[in-house]
Design a protein around this ligand. Structure first.
Ligand code: IMP
Length: 426
């Protein structure tokens, strides 16, 4: 079992943190491979809740080396603040490694993220405004600064002053804003931030390969999710990286032959934050109940998530895109009090049935869900730890999801705690 990928199969917030934490027990390294602090993973350990943004979930285990891979975009100020918070709560972060090739999110990226969204007006994407898109754009344009540049003051100053010359022009001429002072920013980053980041910087590709070569197991932790993928999601309402399992190879620096297990995480219903198509969206009281019971508000941004019924059409596509070997269904307990549950099995687009995701996104905007309806179980699942304790209606619901999607369900989450889960096909 050299490398396992944990990937979100919907629009994010599927509860990947908890599942990663469970699977991580048998791993030596846990690696974030894309995204940045736009992610928010909540873990509840011994009654204490930890909200992680950038640091891999494995940090809570003493035996694990948490790794921020080359594909991640790193705001070093946020990284240090997260380390400080974790350490103040007794979590040792000294083993953390961050790739020298990871790109830096700098203040102008966040400023541009905000301004671009404002400029888009009603067409805005609803980004997290953390600077993710502008940082990946600079990476692709080859004007980004990387974590390793913090270790070379001369290079850092040179690159920063070249890039700010252009950014400041854009800020002034397009957005009528004041620019940033390159010397001031370089002084601050080199004196206050670089010395604190330096101990964590590593050649993470070599680290991963040395571990794999000596029989180690690696967990590749995706952030965001399949339908927020830059290439395969609902573009442009996506993030600027590749959360799908294939992205793990690029963002961590390992070849695909090492990956032998891909766990897709899906909530027992769906949510989405920000704009974009969502065929099963519930704009009624049922949706409000899901939001209330599931506490469906962003961990970091506090935004209300859009709720909807489970969408098997999306999931079938996620199985294909990620080569999922199994599914983990999270937050089943949130549906405990519903008399009736629906699962979308296909879409109707202008009178034509689609069992698979329509190729053209205009069709996705027009898609009307075709539902199958199930009776709820009307009892509390929070103490259930074994499949045999599940009410018959919950088993029927889960078996239906599994049949619709075509891969077995492994874990089922029944509450936020580390121990609140069962194995469905053990
Ligand atoms: P960005 O990643 O901040 O550029 O935002 C792009 C889109 O991805 C927006 O619709 C965000 O709401 C969404 N997004 C980014 N990160 C997450 C996440 O961790 N969970 C859910 N949605 C996210």
């Amino acid at each position: 079992m050299p490398a396992t990928v944990v990937v979100g199969t919907q629009w994010g917030d599927e509860g990947k943190g908890k599942l990663t934490d469970l699977v991580a027990r048998d791993m030596q390294l846990v690696v974030r491979y894309q995204g940045g602090h736009n992610a928010g993973h909540t873990l509840v350990v011994d009654g204490q809740s930890f909200a992680l943004q950038l640091i891999p979930s494995g940090v809570l285990y003493d035996h694990i080396t948490p790794v921020i891979g080359n594909g991640v975009v790193v705001d070093p100020v946020v990284m240090l603040a997260e380390i400080d918070t974790l350490e103040s709560r007794g979590v040792d972060c000294s083993k953390l490694k961050v790739s020298g090739n990871a790109h830096l999110i700098l203040p102008y990226h966040q400023e541009l993220d905000r301004l671009i969204e404002r400029h888009l007006g009603k067409n805005k994407l609803g980004t997290t405004k953390r600077g993710i898109g502008p940082t990946y754009a600079d990476k692709a344009s080859r004007v980004g600064l990387r974590v390793q540049d913090l270790l070379d003051p001369e290079i850092f100053r040179e690159k920063l002053s070249a890039v700010l010359a252009e950014k400041n022009l854009v800020l002034a001429k397009v957005y009528n804003r004041l620019g940033f002072d390159a010397d001031e920013m370089a002084d601050r980053y080199l004196s206050e931030i670089a010395p604190r980041v330096a101990p964590y910087v590593a050649d993470t590709v070599t680290l991963l390969h040395e571990s794999l070569e000596s029989g180690g197991n690696i967990l590749l932790e995706g952030a965001q999710a399949t339908f927020l993928d830059l290439d395969h999601g609902t573009y442009p309402f996506v993030t600027s990286s590749n959360p799908i399992a294939g992205g793990a190879c690029v963002g961590a620096g390992i070849g695909p032959r090492y990956i032998d297990r891909v766990i897709g995480i899906a909530k027992a219903y769906v949510t989405r934050v920000g704009s974009g198509p969502m065929p099963t969206e519930l704009l009624d009281e049922t949706g409000d109940r899901i939001v209330d019971l599931g506490h469906e508000y962003g961990v970091n941004t506090k935004r209300r998530r859009r709720p909807g019924w489970f969408d098997a059409v999306m999931l079938r596509h996620a199985v294909r895109l990620n080569s999922l070997s199994e599914l983990a269904i999270t937050k089943l307990d949130i549906l405990d009090t519903f008399d009736e549950l629906k699962v979308c099995v296909a879409y109707d687009v202008d009178g034509v049935r689609h069992d698979h995701l329509p190729y053209h996104q205009s069709d996705l905007f027009k898609a009307t869900p075709i539902y199958e309806t199930f009776p709820g179980w009307n009892c509390d699942l929070s103490e259930v730890r074994d499949r045999s304790e599940l009410p018959a209606n919950a088993v029927t619901y889960l078996e239906f999801l599994q049949d619709q999607v075509g891969v077995p369900i492994g874990f089922v989450g029944t509450g936020p705690g580390r121990d609140q889960y069962l194995e469905f096909n053990s």
